[in-house]
Design a protein around this ligand. Structure first.
Ligand SMILES: *Cc1c(COP(=O)(O)O)cnc(C)c1O
Length: 379
């Protein structure tokens, strides 16, 4: 069976876990701090704040930017439901706009029509690792004084051409970027998340919010030479990452360049075998994007039924998934008060129903890729 994905975890991760267990400090502490510093080096961000997952990261990003009840946040329906759920958790309303069918990302031309007096922010997604059109999005955000949060759950290691230089996603270009370390993404800590921001003020607020609004960290108290009493200036959450997870994350970060290089090679194999096919449309980079190929989304021709294709592949021992979901088609978002649909979401629905995700992971061999492509060709 060729699975959809496999995390790349080895001896080094095991040794890192052992080191933490032996240290006697297992929750948020020195490893989390070191992981955050490594993450700043990777993304070029001034600040990085580790949290329990990307959903909590998105929630805190919205809270730190003072977005709450009565506010609208423009986003896409064509995303993992966590993006929209985080807006609901903050008490605000997600406003869904359509995607560009080539990039599977927010279509910036549709943003202005969705803006109202209540719009406070744009939550854009770098879907499947492919950078969205940040330049166009930020121009509109500036014009209408909106905040920009980047859902970079899948986009670790992806790059965007910015004023003639390639820059990492998560620098960030918007106000805050949020990452996920779920095993379905490229880099994993089991579960985990990270926020990045250039703003020291937002950094301070995010650190308070993730740890019950507590002014002094456990570690600072532990290391203090004199007694310190902490204070609680605001109501926060327990959204901490543990030192066990952070230690895994540090090893994973050191593997990242190799992992991405390998994924580029796997993409090339798929491209070689499927590019000439008259019926399938492959995902592609724009001149200004360098995706990490977190997922490989294949567009099917109209005459092929998605479920039939997927069942056919399954019988040949090949896993696949349908295209990225649409939040507005799920029962939770059919409740009118939970979202506002600003316009037709035709391209989003097409992308869910007329594309499939193929197996894609670092340990895939050339033969595995050929097996998938041959099955598709027989079809
Ligand atoms: C996976 C994912 C999330 C949620 O990440 P978790 O770490 O599982 O909370 C959010 N947004 C997008 C686009 C994702 O793919």
């Amino acid at each position: 069976m060729i699975p959809m994905t496999k995390p790349l975890l080895g001896k080094e991760e095991q040794q890192a876990i052992q080191r933490v267990l032996q240290s006697g400090w297992v929750t948020q502490g020195p490893e989390v701090e070191a992981f955050e510093q490594d993450f700043c080096s990777l993304t070029g961000s001034k600040n990085a704040i580790a949290v329990s997952n990307c959903t909590t990261a998105l929630h805190l990003a919205l809270l730190a930017l003072n977005i709450g009840p009565g506010d609208e946040v423009i986003t896409v329906s064509h995303t993992f439901i966590a993006t929209a759920n985080a807006i609901i958790h903050a008490g605000a309303t997600p406003v869904f706009i359509d995607i560009d069918p080539t990039s599977y990302n927010m279509n910036p031309d549709l943003i202005e029509a969705a803006i109202t007096d209540r719009t406070r922010a744009i939550l854009c997604v770098h879907q499947m690792g492919m950078p969205c059109d940040l330049d166009a999005i930020l121009n509109i955000a500036r014009k209408f004084e909106l905040k920009v949060i980047e859902d970079a759950a899948c986009a670790i290691g992806s790059e965007i051409l910015w004023k003639n230089h390639w820059e990492p996603i998560g620098k960030p270009h918007g106000d805050i970027a949020c990452f996920s370390f779920h095993p379905r993404k490229i880099l994993t800590t089991g579960d985990g998340g990270m926020l990045t921001t250039q703003s020291d003020e937002l950094d301070k607020r995010l650190r308070l919010l993730r740890h019950q609004g507590m002014s002094v960290s456990d570690r600072t108290r532990h290391q203090a030479q004199e007694v310190i009493f902490e204070s609680y200036p605001l109501i926060g959450y327990n959204y901490r990452l543990t030192d066990i997870q952070a230690a895994i994350g540090r090893v994973q970060l050191s593997r990242l360049p190799g992992m991405i290089e390998r994924r580029q090679l796997i993409y090339q194999w798929y491209e070689e075998e499927l590019q000439q096919h008259p019926k399938f449309t492959l995902p592609i980079n724009q001149s200004w994007t360098r995706t990490n190929w977190q997922s490989f989304c294949l567009k099917l021709p109209p005459e092929l039924k998605q479920k039939q294709v997927m069942n056919y592949l399954l019988k040949q021992g090949i896993s696949s998934r349908r295209g990225i979901m649409n939040c507005h088609l799920e029962a939770a978002y059919q409740e009118k008060e939970n979202c506002r649909i600003s316009q037709t979401l035709f391209q989003s629905e097409q992308a869910q129903q007329k594309s499939i995700l193929l197996p894609f992971y670092g340990q895939m061999s050339r033969e595995d890729v050929s097996q998938v492509c041959q099955a598709l060709n027989r079809l």
